[in-house]
Design a protein around this ligand. Structure first.
Ligand code: FAD
Length: 286
C-alpha cells in the first residue's frame, strides 16, 4: 500500500461542514480494483474504514479518524445508454443531473442540488421535494468479499433517509430515467435550485438537515417553536433561515456542533416530549 496512503490529512477539507481532524490513513482509489485492495489491506491490518463521498452528511470529530479514510470521488466513470445512466459511486449528483439534462433524460431534477455522491446518496436514500433517489434505481453494485455483486433496485429496502445499503460499499448504480424535453428539464432544475437558495443557508458550511423529521412533524418547525433559531455554541449556530440546519460561522469545532445538537434535543424533548434523531452521521474521535 506504500505510495497510495497519505497520513495525517485533515478531513475538514473534505467535509461540507469544514470540520474534522486528521485521518490516520487516506486514499483516493481511481478504480474498483484499487478500492478492493484497500479494503483488503484494512481488513488484514485490523484498521477501521470510513468511506467518504461528498462529506455532506458527516460530522467528523476533531480527533480525526483512527483508521483508513477512502475518498470515493476518484471513482467517477459515467455512461449513458438510452434512458439509463450507469455511474460509479464517487460521481456527484449535480454532475449526474447535468448529464441527464444534456441527454434529455428526466427524473433527477429535484435531486441534482443535493451535494453528495451517488454512493453516499444511495446509502442515505437522499431525497428532496418529495422525490428520493431510490425511486430511480434499476440496479446497485456493491462489494461483497472483494467482489462486485449486483442488486436489483427492488432488492434494496429504501427507507426515509436510510437504506439497507448502509454498511456496504456501493461502487456504482444504474438509474432509469424517462425521456423528456431539455428546456423543460433545465427549467425544473433552475426552479428547484432557486427554492433551495430561498430555504437553505447555502452561504455557510453545514451538513444539510441535522435531524430527521419525526413522524407527523417537521424538525425545523419544532426547533423554531422552542426559540432556538440563531442559538450558538462557539461558532456553531442554528440557522436563522432554516432551523434544522446548523451552520459553521467560521471556526466551529465538532464539539460545538455536538453541544448545540444536545441543547436542541433537550429543549424539544422538554417542550414536546419528542425525541429528535440525528440524520447526520458522526465519524471519528470527538
Ligand atoms: C447544503 C446541503 C443541502 C443538503 N440537502 C439535502 C437534501 O435535500 N436531501 C438529502 O437527502 N440530503 C441533503 N443533504 C445531505 C447530504 O448531501 C446527503 O445525505 C448526501 O446523500 C450525502 O452524500 P455524500 O456522498 O456527501 O455522503 P458522505 O457525507 O460522504 O457519507 C454519508 C454516509 O454514506 C457513507 N458512504 C459514502 N459513500 C459511500 C459509498 N460509496 N458506499 C457506501 N457508503 C458510502 C459514508 O461512510 C457515510 O456513512 C444536504 C447537505 C448539505 C450540506
Amino acid at each position: 500500500m506504500k505510495g497510495v496512503l497519505e497520513r495525517g490529512v485533515l478531513l475538514g477539507q473534505y467535509t461540507t461542514f469544514r470540520i474534522g481532524g486528521p485521518a490516520r490513513y487516506l486514499a483516493t482509489p481511481s478504480s474498483i480494483e484499487e478500492l478492493v485492495r484497500l479494503e483488503k489491506w484494512a481488513g488484514k491490518e485490523g484498521v477501521p474504514l470510513l468511506l467518504l463521498g461528498g462529506g455532506s452528511n458527516l460530522l467528523v470529530g476533531e480527533g480525526g479518524f483512527p483508521g483508513l479514510v477512502v475518498l470515493t470521488r476518484g471513482l467517477m466513470e459515467v455512461e449513458v445508454d438510452g434512458d439509463r445512466i450507469r455511474a460509479q459511486g464517487g460521481v456527484f449528483l449535480g454532475l449526474l443531473s447535468a448529464l441527464a439534462m444534456k441527454y434529455r433524460l428526466s427524473g433527477l431534477e429535484p435531486l441534482g442540488g443535493i451535494p453528495g455522491t451517488l454512493g453516499g446518496a444511495l446509502t442515505m436514500n437522499a431525497g428532496a421535494f418529495d422525490r428520493t433517489l431510490g425511486e430511480l434505481v434499476e440496479a446497485v453494485e456493491v462489494l461483497v468479499d472483494g467482489r462486485v455483486e449486483v442488486l436489483r433496485g427492488e432488492e434494496v429496502d429504501w427507507g426515509y433517509r436510510t437504506s439497507s445499503l448502509k454498511g456496504s460499499t456501493v461502487v456504482g448504480a444504474t438509474l432509469r430515467l424517462v425521456p423528456g424535453d431539455r428546456d423543460k428539464i433545465r427549467g425544473e432544475m433552475v426552479r428547484f435550485a432557486r427554492l433551495r437558495r430561498q430555504k437553505q443557508p447555502l452561504d455557510f458550511p453545514s451538513a444539510g438537515s441535522v435531524f430527521r423529521n419525526p413522524p407527523g412533524h417537521s424538525a425545523g418547525v419544532l426547533i423554531e417553536e422552542v426559540g432556538l433559531k440563531g442559538a450558538r455554541v462557539g461558532d456553531a449556530m442554528v440557522s436563522p433561515l432554516h432551523a434544522n440546519f446548523i451552520v459553521n460561522l467560521g471556526r466551529a469545532k465538532a464539539q460545538d456542533v455536538r453541544a448545540l445538537i444536545e441543547m436542541v434535543k433537550g429543549r424539544v424533548w422538554e417542550r414536546f416530549s419528542i425525541s429528535l434523531e440525528e440524520e447526520i452521521i458522526y465519524a471519528g474521535v470527538f
